[in-house]
Design a protein around this ligand. Structure first.
Ligand code: ZN
Length: 258
């Protein structure tokens, strides 16, 4: 089981080396824009590297949205990023669970997720696992509360969707981290990746504000316990650049015994 970091996309393998990371995650495009990824010059190096690669889809991707002008581009972008990520030998494409907004029945969001996978299948299929990530907030979010996650999984589980558990998002989203892995796995049957982050925001605050391990509101032992229980690789998405993230990776290695 590997431990790594979310890094700047310019030179991910150099960033991994600087942190002693066994896995890297990065964006292929501006996370706030609807850009299709371009081929990367380091594609072969990434494919052949010992470092495991994960790609994070742009934040603005919201395949659950009831708004056509968000949902349709989001769907296309998800497939484009999946194809580009597969070119790099990535293990998975992480995408947030999304939200439908105020005044819309959340059921529409689950149905839109199902349609996104159907669209992908009609477009040649997904070349790597899509890892849906739980979120800290969002109006009528599809993957904040685990009772909603269960309904989401009824819609997408049969398409082979994977799951990425973010410890900051779970805590700030109002889900107890004690026993969190068992509760998620009872719903999804799998955890493919852990985003091991502390939270600046309090429990159930809805705030997506990551912190270095031990600096925020979460007992680091709960994060360590989640990684152990999941038996999944972990990526820190924490501040402080190489120095801050190396300290977080070291803490996780020491306490998980990896
Ligand atoms: Zn995350």
């Amino acid at each position: 089981m590997r431990i790594g970091a979310h890094v700047d996309p310019a030179s991910p393998l150099e960033e991994a080396a600087a942190r002693g990371a066994e896995a890297v995650q990065f964006f292929l495009t501006d996370p706030q824009g609807y850009k299709t990824p371009k081929p990367r010059e380091d594609a072969a190096a990434l494919r052949e590297s010992e470092v495991d690669v994960y790609i994070h889809a742009p934040y603005i991707v919201n395949v659950a949205s009831p708004n056509n002008r968000i949902r349709i581009p989001s769907r296309k972008l998800l497939v484009a990023h999946a194809k580009a990520a597969a070119e790099l030998g990535a293990k998975g494409l992480i995408v947030h669970g999304g939200h439908v907004g105020q005044g819309t029945d959340i059921a529409a969001g689950f149905d839109n997720w199902r349609k996104a996978f159907e669209y992908a299948e009609s477009d040649g299929g997904l070349p790597l696992p899509i890892l849906i990530e739980n979120t800290a907030g969002g109006d009528n979010a599809c993957a904040r509360r685990f009772d909603d996650l269960a309904r989401l999984w009824e819609a997408v589980g049969s398409f082979g969707a994977g799951f990425c558990l973010d410890t900051c998002h779970a805590f700030a989203g109002g889900e107890d981290l004690v026993g969190v892995v068992d509760r998620v796995k009872a719903i999804t049957g799998r955890i493919d990746l852990i985003h091991a982050n502390d939270s600046k925001g309090g429990f159930d605050s809805g705030q997506d504000r990551h912190d270095n391990l031990g600096n925020g509101k979460i007992d680091p032992e709960l994060i360590v316990a989640a990684i152990r229980a999941a038996g999944a690789p972990a990526v820190v998405e924490t501040p402080g650049g190489a120095e801050g993230q190396t300290a977080d990776i070291t803490l996780l290695r020491e306490r998980t015994g990896r």
